[in-house]
Design a protein. Structure first.
Length: 201
């Protein structure tokens, strides 16, 4: 349930306490973001949320008022944070909750926080082709799906079967490749979707 106390973009300690009720992940007010980026620069997040898993993320977003801005970051390989920091909530998916990878027949199901190069290595270990191009791309799978990452004449849209995401209202969405409307280094899925895992062939 959304609280009337949570209004505006400035989160009070009371707001954060309400948001944290029942949450299993980590909520960190005024969290430094520089250590989360490869360039090691930038200001703080008003509130950093690292969900324990997909259900935890959904619960948090369901109760977060729509007027609170949300920024999603990955491993920070392609990110510069302004010195003034970021207002609202910054969400970062951890490898512990979103870094799984498993073979399902001739497909691979990978969490959004697994590194691109780790997924490429896992595919090679399993004798599955088509993912080697990911080895040279810095970052994690969530970002790769969001930007249709590619290299060596291959890109995510060539191998994606489906992507799983949580929307701004906390609802789980499953998108087929065609639903993503991929373009060069971009997809046209709704901007509020937070990708949590993807299936590749």
């Amino acid at each position: 349930m959304r609280s009337e106390a949570l209004q505006g973009s400035a989160l009070t300690p009371g707001d954060i306490e309400l948001l944290g009720q029942g949450i299993r992940g980590r909520l960190t007010p005024d969290a430094p973001l520089a250590p989360a980026t490869w360039f090691r620069v930038g200001g703080n997040a008003e509130l950093l949320f690292q969900p324990a898993d997909e259900a935890d993320l959904a619960m948090f977003l369901e109760r977060l008022p729509a007027e609170i801005p949300v920024t999603v970051i990955g491993v920070g390989s392609n990110l510069l944070v302004r010195d003034g920091g970021l207002a609202g909530v910054v969400i970062r998916l951890s490898a512990k909750g979103f870094g799984q990878v498993a073979r399902e027949g001739n497909h691979l199901r990978a969490g959004a926080a697994i590194l691109d190069k780790r997924l490429a290595a896992f595919a090679a270990e399993e004798g599955l082709g088509g993912l080697a191009f990911l080895h040279g791309i810095p970052g994690a799978i969530g970002g790769a799906v969001r930007m249709n990452a590619g290299a060596n004449q291959a890109e995510i849209r060539d191998i994606l079967v489906e992507a799983v995401a949580i929307d701004r209202a906390g609802r789980r969405q499953v998108l087929a490749n065609a639903d993503m409307h991929f373009d060069y280094r971009h997809n046209n899925a709704p901007n509020d979707l937070i990708f949590t895992e993807a299936v590749f062939a």
